[in-house]
Design a protein around this ligand. Structure first.
Ligand code: FES
Ligand SMILES: [Fe+2]
Length: 379
């Protein structure tokens, strides 16, 4: 995972009111819920008292209560009520769980992954083709047993489609040729943009294949973009889609795809969408399910067994049309190094501060233990 980034962790519709959700992301167990105002809250899913998952508990207004002894936590992870101490009992400061900064935008819930939360947080990343889109979209999410870097890089290039997606009835309109022409790629900050033609390798020119009308003979003009840390967008004359791969742990990732309404009809891509009422809303929904089916049945079969599990520049022998992959892996290394340097400088500043404090105060000889005094309330 790249620290100090926004990562989508759930779709908005995955978190309903009064229904805390337990998830695993970034090798951590998290509980996500909505407060009474509908704002999303994200805490470590482990009660500070004896480690029971808070996601197994219930909400009491804006607080979430542990199912074991009923300790209640607020949105900052502070325990605000311990029934065993009575309603006027004083909750000790250390009864606290880590809380995470979250935002809800573009139909997704985003989590900031930095140890420190800067006063001025960057904007949540989103492709402008989707951020500015006003039509219908649909999102579909699932888990995949692969490291997120491997998933991102598999979506970064589509010249695997004629091989990997082959044999799926649902890829009837997918590109059939695996030759890439007119490839170009450039960086816009943390956004990588590429354009190329994917076409059958025959005697026609690339332009001639683009003009062909039959799906199995035509070439495709395709754009593939990567937005750091983990989003890939595919653009062409039939559809726009993006995919997010968020780390669950070193062997699994959470995937979310989002389709706009396709620009042409699914069954007859050569014509404009059919004017059937409700069809506009159904088409991106259908595209998501078709895509998920192909990804799970075809792409996952190809990725299974890939080594090493985590991708890197050293792990691959990339070729010229893998430039998007190369930029992605290079930017990933760079952002990780920047985050490590920042963390190191914070540690140095903190230890300098600690040393200064120790000079002023004598060291504490007895290590404090946190056992709560039991003071029953007077009747
Ligand atoms: S374990 Fe959560 S209140 Fe005791
Ligand atoms: Fe694929």
């Amino acid at each position: 995972m790249i620290p100090n980034q926004w990562y989508a962790i759930l779709r908005s519709e995955d978190v309903k009111k009064k229904k805390p959700v337990g998830i695993r992301r970034f090798n951590k167990n998290l509980v996500v819920y909505r407060d009474t105002a509908g704002q999303v809250v994200c805490l470590a899913d482990r009660c500070a008292h004896k480690g029971v998952p808070l996601s197994h508990g219930q909400q009491h207004g804006d607080y979430i209560a542990c199912p074991y002894h009923g300790f209640q936590y607020d949105a900052n992870g502070r325990c605000v009520h311990m029934p065993v101490l009575g309603k006027n009992g004083v909750v000790p400061k250390h009864m606290q769980v880590p809380s995470f900064t979250v935002r809800e935008q573009h139909g997704l819930i985003w989590c900031w992954t930095g140890e420190q939360v800067p006063e001025q947080l960057p904007e949540v990343p989103m492709f402008k083709e989707f951020a500015e889109y006003t039509g219908f979209t649909s999102r579909y999410a699932w888990h995949a047993p692969t490291h997120y870097t491997r998933y991102v890089e598999s979506v970064c290039e589509v010249y695997h489609v004629p091989f990997v997606h082959k044999g799926s009835a649902l890829n009837i309109w997918d590109p059939k040729g695996g030759r890439v022409d007119d490839f170009s790629c450039h960086l816009e900050g943390h956004l990588i943009r590429s354009d190329f033609i994917l076409r059958p390798d025959d005697d026609r020119t690339a332009e001639e294949t683009l003009r062909a009308r039959l799906p199995w003979t035509r070439g495709w003009r395709i754009g593939v973009d990567v937005q750091m840390p983990n989003m890939v967008q595919i653009r062409n004359d039939v559809f726009d889609v993006y995919l997010i791969a968020t780390p669950i742990d070193d062997e699994n990732c959470w995937l979310c795809i989002c389709y706009k309404e396709p620009k042409r009809d699914l069954l007859f891509p050569m014509v404009k969408p059919l004017p059937i009422p409700g069809w506009r809303r159904v088409r991106p929904w259908l595209m998501c399910r078709m895509e998920r089916f192909i990804q799970q049945s075809k792409d996952m079969a190809a990725l299974r067994g890939q080594t090493p599990k985590i991708s890197s520049l050293e792990a691959n022998r990339l070729i010229s049309v893998d430039k998007v992959n190369a930029y992605y892996l290079r930017l990933r290394d760079q952002l990780i190094q920047e985050a490590q340097a920042q963390a190191q400088s914070q540690v140095s500043a903190a230890s300098a501060q600690r040393a200064a404090n120790e000079q002023e105060a004598p060291p504490c000889e007895i290590k404090p233990i946190h056992i709560l005094p039991h003071k029953p309330q007077a009747a």
